[in-house]
Ligand binder design. Structure first.
Ligand code: SF4
Length: 259
């Protein structure tokens, strides 16, 4: 598999445009992507269907030990840490101990960096599981992916392995009671002859209807920024992204655009 993979349990802090100084926490293995999706733009590269066996995940106690050690070091340096971020090689909520890890990370944050937020980048595919949903809602900053308005575009862009229905994803996002942000990548291209375009009037209209149901605190939008596993994808230009941002603002949502 080509693409960028994180081989450390804890990485950074990296300077993130969206999060500031962000310390990454990778619950997934260092040598493979483990995700319910196989997005055409994924910077980790193409993946395969996750097996769900324990060998797919980093050991809980090792992750937490590595995090505590890193937080101790950063505290001794008086480092200005802005976010502890669940990220890395796939979908962090697939880790079987995810709710437990969330609670322990909250404790460590309170102990070492009480003003630092905790972010989770999730693809929104596991919210049917109430324990996962509630764990995400205990975080300051759950950033939930929603890249499409229609089922067809969702399947094309996110290539999910579970045949999820976008209506069910939206229903589950609604259950987060507005305690979330939505993140969306806008792009165009072709996959096996089928047109990918989540920027069309129809797609944006359907997507905005989803947002109205979900009522997120914030909507974060961005274009392709790195090499993608599917070649030929188009980075939409900044003016077009700004037009989309204005549509979101006009629908009443706080919007952040990164280009
Ligand atoms: S959800 Fe994230 S990790 Fe999973 S395939 Fe998509 S971009 Fe990659």
């Amino acid at each position: 598999m080509s693409g960028i993979l994180f081989d450390a349990l804890v990485f950074g802090p990296i300077k993130s445009r969206r999060l500031g100084n962000s310390l990454g926490l990778n619950l997934l293995p260092g040598d493979d992507k483990v995700c319910t999706f196989n997005c055409v733009y994924c910077e980790c590269g193409w993946g395969k269907k996750p097996l769900g066996t324990e060998r797919d995940f980093n050991d809980t106690s090792l992750v937490l030990q590595a995090l505590e050690k890193r937080l101790q070091d950063l505290k001794s340096e008086n480092f200005p840490l802005n976010s502890i971020t669940f990220a890395g090689n796939g979908e962090p909520t697939l880790h079987p101990d995810f709710p437990f890890i969330v609670d322990r990370v909250l404790e460590l944050r309170d102990q070492y960096f009480p003003k630092t937020i905790i972010t989770c980048l999730s693809n929104s595919s596991t919210l049917e599981n109430e324990k996962i949903r509630l764990a995400l809602m205990r975080l300051d900053n759950p950033w939930m992916k929603l890249d499409a308005g229609s089922q067809e575009m969702f399947s094309l862009i996110n290539q999910d392995f579970q045949d999820l229905k976008i209506e069910n994803i939206v229903e589950n996002l609604q259950k987060m009671n507005g305690q979330l942000s939505i993140q969306t990548l806008f792009l165009r291209g072709f996959y096996k002859g089928e047109k990918i375009d989540n920027t069309s009037e129809k797609e944006i209209g359907l997507w905005l209807e989803h947002l109205k149901k979900i009522n997120p605190q914030k909507v974060i939008i961005y274009p392709i920024d790195r090499a993608t596993p599917l070649s030929g994808l188009e980075k939409i230009d900044v003016d077009e992204l700004e037009i989309i941002a204005n549509k979101i603002r006009n629908a009443g949502f706080k919007t952040e655009m990164y280009y």
